[in-house]
Design a protein. Sequence first.
Length: 339
Amino acid sequence: MIPENLLAIETSCDETSAAVLVNDNEVPTLSSLVVLSQDVHKIFGGVVPELASRAHLTMIDAVVDQALQESGRTLDDVDSVAVTAGPGLLGSLLVGVCYGKALAAAGGKKIIGVNHLEGHVFAPTLEYPELEPPLVALLISGGHTMLLDVAEWGNYRLMGRTRDDAAGEAFDKVASLLELDYPGGPEVEKLAATGKDRFAFPRPMKDNGFDFSFSGLKTAVLYAVRASENLADDRADLAASFQEAAFDVLLTKTKRALKETGYSKVVLGGGVACSRTLKDRASETMKDTAELYVASPRLNTDNAAMIGRAGWFHLAAGREHGYDLDASARFPWPGLADT
């Protein structure tokens, strides 16, 4: 069943988001997107799960209403609901799933639970509707780092994942070490732009396989900070050196994946893919081997539009969930196979 008007909801972490996708000649098209970030977590230097859940409860009505209003549609016009069912913070996920199920059940609408990570893979298709597999996808966020062989939509092979810290988590921890604000990625990038790559930080696991490791790199920055005689003078160079090491590993392994698969398209997804520096480096690295697809920052951070696009794919393929859909921090990713 191809939806006509789909309402999507995303509450996996600390963004409350809703979007409306509409059928435009059989092409799912974004009609509206509302994303409300929870600034309260900046005080604590990281997401506080209980506060995130309470904020979702407070704001989800208003966010959904705004998304419908901006699309020029009402709940009566919606025939399908897509909602992030995992992975993520369980309390936050439950808010979105319960709300989405209630809307669907009350109006007799179809409902589909979406794996948050699959949403990131689909995100660029909202701006590049011509994008089709096969392709290599690099997903890099605060909670996940993985490299995927996407043979076709719904058919994914996990080539590599992080063995410890995710790339985004490493950026946040390094930002904290450098006394920068949360979230750390944009702050590190801004500071790095004024620094030089003069610290010889390690490139963990760069020369073999597809798995990632960022804990050793993070520790190397910690030791360099402790050894600094004047952190104020070294901060920009530390940021630049760390960022260069992290991006070097990410892009080296992505290029290796292209060589193994023989594909000629790359998708960068997840919050870390909002980095302009990473996008520029990836464009330069892949210019002779692959086309690069990166969604705009609004569609790469956690948002309901990407969830709606992935949900649309599953509904169009005849899949849906019942009103007993439940949230799970380990919600399955249909079609994903380990190497």
